[in-house]
Ligand binder design. Structure first.
Ligand SMILES: NC(=O)c1ccc[n+]([C@@H]2O[C@H](COP(=O)([O-])OP(=O)(O)OC[C@H]3O[C@@H](n4cnc5c(N)ncnc54)[C@H](OP(=O)(O)O)[C@@H]3O)[C@@H](O)[C@H]2O)c1
Length: 332
């Protein structure tokens, strides 16, 4: 009886593996595709643009600083694989005015054709204790990180639906999967992207459009270096429990997942665990992925509880040390 049950389970899993490729999206062909990368002049966005260009795509880079854009354009052009490839630069703030974003994307599509892949990577961060963060920073971060992804996506979605093809990537963060000390202004903006992505994916899947949410870990970029200058001690110590990734590595994973049409894109073993743990009701792109979530969820929750315990103890220790040094200061 036991043998029969085991044979049934193995047979069922094998069957799932066999039908899995039938329900997965067809990979996007990057050669000749038009890829738009917001935040493409620096860090992860720049590496994503390079990775796509190396695979034969036409690139539109979007950011505010024109000089940085032109410098990046030159850098990317070194990787051309054919002499037809173009890198277009557009200087615009993606978070300010929807009509302006729509207009510049219309112009880019007139020059390089309809957008096949949009990567929403423009973003910024502010860390600090909740009460120490300027109130307008909460608004600014929500504008850049959230609305700055809504506007470009809204501007290209109708054409993608007409063509019944397209890919949209939202670059969230591991801080968009769990809330950590110091990230009260940043985390909610990255959590918001997940909600947007889930709802949008359900709307556009019948049109053969696939949405990817990327959750990069700490990554060595100019933005990360800037953020590190003002990180509270607690945030630094928690961050140090995992290593800092290279932007090239993160970009390669994001581009691969976007090509495959995977909803979830994570880097490394921590990223894999967090994505399984937070999968909730998010879409899966293959049965294999769903099976991994079902099997691993419980054990990863146990590991996650240990992590949470160690983070809480870091926060408690920092508070006690601070109070101790404040009281010695007072007695002196
Ligand atoms: N680095 C990390 O550790 C890490 C980890 C997880 C997630 N992320 C996310 O990954 C993305 C890229 O991060 P990064 O570290 O590579 O950042 P970065 O080096 O600071 O680059 C940010 C890019 O976004 C552009 N940008 C910023 N605000 C903009 C706006 N309002 N309109 C148009 N472009 C704008 C910047 O150019 P201009 O300033 O010229 O506009 C730049 O090209 C962000 O969304 C970030 O939240 C980063």
């Amino acid at each position: 009886m036991l043998l029969l049950a085991a044979a049934f389970v193995v047979g069922f899993v094998l069957l799932l593996y066999m039908v899995s490729p039938l329900i997965s999206p067809k990979p996007l062909k990057l050669p000749g595709a038009h890829v738009v990368v917001t935040g493409g002049s620096s860090g992860i966005g720049k590496c994503i643009a390079i990775e796509c260009y190396k695979q034969g795509a036409f690139i539109t880079l979007i950011a505010r600083d024109e000089n940085k854009l032109l410098q990046t354009k030159k850098e990317i052009e070194k990787y051309s694989v054919n002499d037809k490839q173009v890198v277009l630069c557009i200087s615009v703030d993606v978070s300010k005015d929807y009509e302006q974003v729509e207009n510049v994307l219309k112009q880019a599509q007139e020059k390089l054709g309809p957008v096949d892949l949009l990567v929403n990577c423009a973003g910024t961060s502010v860390t600090g204790k909740f009460e120490a963060i300027e109130v307008n920073s909460f608004e600014r971060l929500m504008a850049v990180n959230y609305l700055g992804s809504v506007y470009p996506s809204r501007a290209v979605i109708s054409t993608m639906k007409e063509r019944r093809m397209g890919r949209i990537v939202f670059v969230s963060s591991q801080a968009g999967q769990l809330g950590l000390f110091g990230y009260t202004a940043y985390s909610p903006t990255k959590f918001a992207l997940r909600g947007l992505a889930e709802a949008l994916q359900m709307e556009v899947k019948p049109y053969n459009i696939y949405v990817t949410v990327a959750y990069p870990p700490d990554t060595d970029t100019p933005g990360f270096a800037e953020e590190s200058k003002t990180k509270p001690l607690e945030t630094k110590l928690i961050s140090e429990t995992s290593s800092v990734c290279q932007a090239e590595q993160v970009a390669r994973v994001i581009v691969k997942d976007a090509i495959q049409g995977n909803f979830n894109s994570s880097v490394g073993s921590d990223g894999y665990m967090l994505s399984i743990l937070t999968s909730g009701m998010s879409p899966v792109t293959s049965i294999t992925e769903g099976l991994q979530q079902v099997v691993c969820m419980g054990i990863f929750r146990i590991i996650g509880l240990f992590y949470l315990g160690s983070f809480d103890s870091i926060v408690r220790r920092c508070m006690m040390q601070r109070e101790k040094s404040e009281s010695t200061d007072k007695t002196e």
